[in-house]
Design a protein around this ligand. Structure first.
Ligand code: PSV
Ligand code: MN
Ligand code: MN
Length: 429
């Protein structure tokens, strides 16, 4: 197996932190034991937890105004895999990459799978792209894809999704994530009912092509690039479409795709209640689909989402197997650093949710003791779980201080010498 960062470097960096970590872990273990929690069991759950990283997040993102590349940034899927391997090697939380097509198109997917495996990586959900036109494409998606009024355009979008399934089979994926940019910018531009009918008909053709053990994850988004309406605008449209398509269709929640202040954790609970919670695109948001780093704006919301996921785990519905992915655009940071920090934030929220005293919470809920119900959540949220994550990492060969170790490796500087420079220009989100 190829290890992008040397084990010696990680061991040296860890040696400087180990005594302090043991002290912190022991102290936290004692504190948690007083409330009947075995810290090692929480650590074992973290050791079994993972979140996929997006291939497109490995390069510097951009806005529609500009993109500011950094020296050493990856420019193709092979270099992106290398960077994703660094994130996983240090964090031990991100063993899978979610690819996007045709952005990650290669001629030999069997070889790509082997290349990833050699770096310690597998592939997660494949993402189709019918929101951009590609060179040489026969039909334009300017006025829609799966919901287009033009039959040939719908057929082209269906065919692309089926091709993504075929690629995914070769890569070892079992999920197809479908987000369409379809929608309108003006009242009256399209008929709400007919555009949904067209979407459902085309999506059902894609659904029919799913292998038995595959799922189709429908990702809703209320606006952008369409600013008046979108065809799969919210979790309501998403669950209705998923119900219409069949049991293999589930809903994917991208945290940035809702109206401001929407109660996302409640959406999570609702989708789970009807067996339709398929997965997440983790990111954070201040104003809209900002694709900011997970937990950087509203870590409490992320915790509340994981609180619902832990509740869901205790009350499983058929097919409960949520797929966790990051979907961020790193405009001003080194993407590796952002994803190291984000994976940590996501893992921390899961750990905190595991600390919630469920008996106390449920008893307070039954007794309508509002303050004690809230305190059950608050107590868990206030715990600094960093030592649990660090201990799980170090035991799995990762770094105690992921960012310091990454910087000590001088990975980006070294890649700046080897990789070709990225051209300037407007970014894609
Ligand atoms: C759309 O905003 C989205 O969240 C979808 O997941 C896309 O596939 C992704 O962003 C790509 O940038
Ligand atoms: Mn997304
Ligand atoms: Mn998005």
């Amino acid at each position: 197996m190829t290890k992008p960062i040397s084990d010696e470097l990680i061991a040296e960096a860890n040696a400087r932190e180990l005594v302090a970590l043991e002290e912190d872990y022991t102290a936290l273990g004692r504190k948690l034991a007083r409330t009947g929690i075995d810290i090692d069991r929480v650590k074992d759950r973290i050791a079994g937890f993972s979140v996929a990283v997006p291939s497109w997040g490995a390069g510097r993102g951009g806005t529609r105004f500009a993109k500011f590349p950094i020296p050493g940034e990856p420019t193709n899927i092979h270099e992106k895999l290398e960077d994703c391997a660094v994130i996983n090697q240090l964090s031990r939380l991100t063993p899978r990459v979610s690819p996007h097509f045709p952005w990650d198109k290669v001629s030999d997917y069997k070889a790509l799978r082997e290349e990833a495996a050699d770096l310690g990586l597998g592939f997660d959900a494949v993402n189709s792209n019918t929101f951009q036109d590609q060179p040489g494409q026969a039909q334009t998606y300017a006025t829609g894809s799966l919901s287009s009024t033009v039959e040939a355009t719908r057929a082209q979008a269906v065919e692309h999704n089926i091709e993504c399934i075929e690629i995914g089979r070769q890569l070892g994926s079992t999920d197809l994530t479908v987000w369409v940019g379809d929608g309108t910018n003006f009242p009256g531009q399209q008929d709400f009912a007919r555009s949904l009918d067209r979407y459902l008909e085309a999506a059902s053709e894609v659904y029919s092509a799913l292998p038995d053990d595959w799922r189709m994850l429908l990702e809703h988004k209320m606006f952008e690039p369409a600013f008046y309406s979108t065809v799969i605008n919210d979790w309501g449209s998403s669950i209705l479409a998923a119900q219409e398509l069949g049991p293999k269709a589930k809903c994917l929640v991208d945290l940035g795709h809702h109206a401001p202040n929407v109660n996302i954790e409640q959406i999570v609970a609702r989708l789970h209640r009807f067996g339709k919670l398929g997965g997440f695109h983790f990111n954070d948001s201040k104003y809209g689909d900002d694709d900011l780093d997970s937990g950087s704006i509203n870590p409490h919301q992320l915790f509340l989402v994981f609180n619902e996921l832990v509740e869901a785990e205790l009350n499983p519905r058929e097919g409960f197997k949520p797929s966790y992915m990051i979907d961020q655009s790193h405009n001003v940071t080194d993407p590796i650093e952002s994803m190291l920090s984000s994976a940590e934030a996501i893992g921390q929220c899961f750990a905190k949710a595991l600390l919630v005293d469920r008996d106390a919470l449920h008893a307070a809920q039954e007794a309508n003791d509002t303050m004690m119900a809230f305190q059950a959540l608050r107590r868990a949220y206030n715990v600094d779980v960093a030592p649990i994550l660090a201990k799980a990492r170090v035991e799995a060969g990762g770094a105690i201080d992921v960012l310091a170790t990454y910087r000590a490796s001088r990975w980006r500087d070294r890649k700046a010498q080897e990789r070709k420079a990225v051209g300037l220009g407007a970014g894609i989100v």
